[in-house]
Structure formats: structure tokens, C-alpha cells
Ligand binder design. Structure first.
Ligand code: NAD
Length: 477
């Protein structure tokens, strides 16, 4: 049993003022694996005060100092890789194939941000003005459970590169990952108050950070509903807000696609991170002229997906993170059937033959066809391994369906003729469009159009989001 009963404020591990206890589970078995003592509003206020005290000195540090700090932080997290890998698998059920990325990503975030900072222009000449990019102040960083260590380190690296100090509110469900990352960052020798980490409930600690007058910036990743609550809470003090929210990404297969390549890619796009990914390609847009072929190949690919023991390298889909998440996915599968979608693979209930993992929160990888874009399963984010095939007539209709969503985070276009794919990609309203690829580039901005969010993370757009331009004009400039 892991007992986690400290938070990190002003360079010290301290016992939270909050007394609420929260159970940690292994989602692959359902067993309780630990207990965390949660912070409350008073802890959040202490953390914000510490970050506020640290800001004046830290905001004036030289670039070189911050670059060295980022490297130390990256190295310190890298030194805990094995423990972090174990935590990600046990606490979250990430299959080993995915978990490797999830523990390398936090380290890379520090190193990539250090490289970015080296070249980032903090002083820019615009007309007669000298524009200096100033750090915003105390940044509140709020993360979800679906890549907790990655989001902590990614957001923190950017805040630090900008010269901001931070109060982090990680997902309460990921306290083991948070503990390991916090210990690593402490070992890196940070100035007191630069980084404060308060694990607590969203509606208490998250809400306290989102509304506090001394917090200048919120960077949030999570659900669209919570993002809207944060935006409202932040309005009174006009905080700068970056929101990375949900998605309902389309994967458009054009009629000239090589299906032997396109289908595995489409299924990977849908089921990445066990389907618990904001960028999951959950709407598979298939040309009617090749529908039967696409249905047969996708069904075979979905039936071949291995679920079960996350430590087995052959497993590609692990359990849902919680019982609540499992129930939610079951409900959507029922709704899909109820609204007349045709079930081609999977369905309600748990997969068979799970042995010692039969108590885990596993979902049957599920494929629907005959889905219309106005059905609930095509409109709402399910956050599980459920893929819907939506037939279309021509390219025009494919683009219309792809864009007919409140979201706009990511899209995939799979085609033979890449020039044609490019023309379609140009018409998709999404923050990222990937052609015949599942690539990620940390230099490219990431974020959503419409209700997928506000602002961008990664690269120079992400760094500028922690800075405010200040123009100097007149004599001597
Ligand atoms: P969530 O919105 O339930 O929680 C995210 C974080 O917000 C948690 O730390 C939670 O405690 C906190 N929170 C909850 N209520 C709050 C409030 N009122 N004020 C402040 N903070 C509050 O999301 P989740 O279930 O943890 O994560 C899954 C969601 O995250 C999905 O919708 C997914 O699409 C989205 N997501 C988006 C991205 C992206 O980059 N766009 C990436 C990963 C996940």
C-alpha cells in the first residue's frame, strides 16, 4: 500500500491542512493500492503565497540559468524512470507499449523546452517600439489523469522557461506519479517557492487556484465541462487562460487509400492510450464505395486488439482508469445500440478470459458502423476504445461531416494521393491535421479550435502563452 500524505510547498514536503483521504486503485485488478491525503483550499492559498514570494527574483533570472535548471529537472526525472514506469502502469493501467512514451515524455518536455528557450526571442523590435516579453506571474497548472506526469512536466517546463513560478494541481487519481515527480524535482535543487504541488480535489483546490487574485495564468488540460468552469472562475480577475480540452477527432479515409496501411493506422488513432486520449480518432469516415471492405478490415483489426495485463508487451488496450470511466463507456455503448448503430465488434461488458484481471475495468474494444453524425456516439467524447464508422458519399460530404462537431482538436486524413489529402486537410477545422501519420512534433503548436480549447501549448506559441508583451517607445529606445 502506498501512503501519500504530503504536498510540496515552498521547497518543503508538508502535511496538508486538508484531511480528506482518497483511495488509489490498480485499474487492471480493481484493488486498492494506496491512499492519499488531499490538500484543501488553505493549502492552495499557502502554495500560491509561496509562488508569489518566489516570483520577483525568479522572473529576473537569466535565460542561461533557466536552461540549466530545466536540464537539471529533466535529468532528475530521468533518474526515476523505472519507478515512474511502474507507477504509470499500476496507477493508470497504461499498457507497457504506451507507458514507455508516458515516462519519456516528461523528461523530453524539460529538454525540448530548454532547447526552445535558447532560441526564443524575449525582446522584439516592432516599428519604433522595443517589445519585451514579460513573465505573467504565478501560473496555476491543472492536469488530468490520462498523462499526469507528462502534463505536470510539460506545463511546468514552459512556465519556468517563461520566468513564471508555479502552483500545480495534479489529478488526484495520479498521486503516485505526482509523488515521484515531486521528489525528483526537489532533488534537482529548485529555489523555494518556484514549484508548489498540491494534490487535491478539483472542485476545492482546482477551484481555489482558478479564482485566486494572485494567480495570473491558468494552464489547464482536462474535460470541456471543467474547462468552462475554470474560465468562469478566472473571469473575475481576468487571468490569462490556456485550455486543452476534449475532442471527437475524425479520421477520413479517402477512396484511394491503401487500406492495408490505413486501417491499422485508423485503429491505432482510435485506441491510443486505451481510447483515453483527447486526440483519439473516434469517428472513422469511410467512403460508401469502399464501405464493405473498410468494415471487414476494421472489424478484423479491432477483434485482434489485445486487452488485459498492462505489463504484457502484446497488450495494446489497458483498462479504463476508474470504475466511473468504465460505467461511462458502457453507457455510451448502450446508447449507440439504442440509437440504431450496428455493432460490428465488442459491445457491453468485460472481455472474456481475463483471468486474474477479471476484476479490472476492461472494456471490450468496440466497433460500430452505420453511424450517423447526429448520433450521440458521434457527437460526445466517450474516452474509451469505441470506434464509429460513419459512411460518406463524396469528399465534400466527408469534409462537412468532419467539421460538424463542437470540437476541433485533431484530425487524420488517410489517402493514396497525398496532394489530394492535403487539399482535404486544408479544409478541416482542427488544431492539428495528420496525413497518413500519427506523428507528434513538440515544436508544432498543439491545441484546439472551437470547444476543444483556447490557446496553444508546445513550441514558441506555448511559451508566448506564459508571457505578456510590453512595448517601450520614445527617447532612448
Ligand atoms: P477533468 O476535467 O475531470 O479533470 C481535469 C483536472 O481538473 C483534474 O485535476 C481535476 O481534479 C480538475 N478539476 C475538476 N474540477 C475542477 C474545477 N471546478 N476547477 C478546477 N479544476 C478542476 O478531466 P479528466 O477526466 O481528468 O481528463 C479527461 C479529459 O481531459 C478528457 O475530456 C480529455 O479529452 C481531456 N484531455 C485533453 C487534452 C488536450 O490536450 N486537449 C489532453 C488530455 C486530456
Amino acid at each position: 500500500m502506498h501512503q501519500i500524505d504530503s504536498i510540496y510547498i515552498d521547497g518543503h514536503f508538508v502535511t496538508p491542512h486538508g484531511t480528506e483521504l482518497f483511495d488509489l486503485h490498480n485499474p487492471a485488478t480493481g484493488a486498492v493500492t494506496g491512499r492519499v491525503r488531499l490538500a484543501d483550499e488553505e493549502d492552495a492559498h499557502a502554495a500560491i503565497a509561496a509562488a508569489k514570494r518566489a516570483f520577483p527574483a525568479f522572473s529576473r533570472t537569466a535565460k542561461a540559468e533557466r536552461i540549466a535548471l530545466l536540464h537539471r529537472m529533466g535529468d532528475a526525472v530521468a533518474a526515476r524512470r523505472d519507478e515512474l514506469l511502474d507507477a504509470v502502469i499500476e496507477e493508470y493501467g497504461a499498457p507497457a507499449s504506451r507507458a514507455g512514451f508516458m515516462v519519456d515524455h516528461p523528461v523530453n518536455a524539460f529538454r525540448e523546452t530548454a532547447a526552445l528557450l535558447a532560441d526564443h526571442p524575449f525582446v522584439r523590435r516592432m516599428g519604433t517600439a522595443e517589445v519585451s516579453m514579460e513573465p505573467l506571474g504565478v501560473a496555476g497548472l491543472i492536469t488530468p489523469w490520462n498523462s499526469n506526469a507528462g502534463f505536470i512536466c510539460g506545463k511546468l517546463a514552459t512556465a519556468i522557461a517563461a520566468g513564471c513560478t508555479a502552483v500545480i494541481k495534479p489529478s488526484e487519481m495520479s498521486a503516485r506519479q505526482t509523488q515521484i515527480v515531486t521528489e525528483a524535482l526537489h532533488a534537482a535543487g529548485l529555489p523555494p517557492g518556484l514549484v508548489n504541488i498540491v494534490t487535491g480535489r478539483g472542485d476545492r483546490v482546482g477551484a481555489a487556484i482558478s479564482s485566486h487574485a494572485d494567480v495570473a495564468k491558468i494552464s489547464f488540460t482536462g474535460s470541456t465541462a471543467t474547462g468552462k468552469a475554470i474560465l468562469r472562475a478566472a473571469a473575475d480577475t481576468l487571468k490569462r487562460v490556456t485550455l486543452e480540452l476534449g475532442g471527437k477527432s475524425p479520421t477520413i479515409i479517402l477512396d484511394d487509400a491503401d487500406l492495408s496501411r490505413a486501417i491499422p493506422l485508423a485503429v491505432s488513432a482510435a485506441f491510443m492510450n486505451s481510447g483515453q486520449a483527447c486526440i483519439a480518432g473516434t469517428r472513422l469516415l469511410a467512403p460508401r464505395s469502399r464501405l464493405a471492405e473498410i468494415e471487414a478490415l476494421t472489424k478484423a483489426a479491432v477483434e485482434a486488439v489485445r486487452t488485459g495485463d498492462p505489463r504484457d508487451p502484446a497488450t495494446t488496450v489497458g483498462p479504463m482508469v476508474s470504475r466511473t470511466q468504465w460505467d461511462r463507456v458502457q453507457r455510451y455503448i448502450r446508447i449507440g445500440v439504442g440509437e440504431g448503430a450496428i455493432l460490428l465488434a465488442g459491445g457491453e461488458g468485460r472481455p472474456e478470459g481475463q483471468g486474474e484481471f477479471s476484476g479490472g475495468w476492461f472494456v471490450r474494444p468496440t466497433l460500430f458502423t452505420g453511424v450517423r453524425n447526429d448520433m450521440t456516439i458521434a457527437r460526445e467524447e466517450i474516452f474509451g476504445p469505441v470506434l464509429s464508422i460513419i459512411p460518406y458519399g463524396d469528399e465534400e460530404e466527408a469534409v462537412a461531416i468532419a467539421n460538424d462537431t463542437i470540437y476541433g482538436l485533431q484530425a487524420y486524413v488517410l489517402a493514396g494521393d497525398t496532394a489530394r489529402a492535403r487539399r482535404v486537410a486544408d479544409r478541416i477545422v482542427a488544431g492539428r491535421v495528420l496525413i497518413n501519420s500519427l506523428a507528434h512534433d513538440p515544436k508544432a503548436p498543439f491545441g484546439g479550435f472551437k470547444q476543444s480549447g483556447i490557446g496553444r501549448e508546445y513550441g514558441s506559441f506555448g511559451l508566448d502563452a506564459f508571457l505578456e508583451p510590453k512595448s517601450l517607445m520614445g527617447e532612448g529606445v
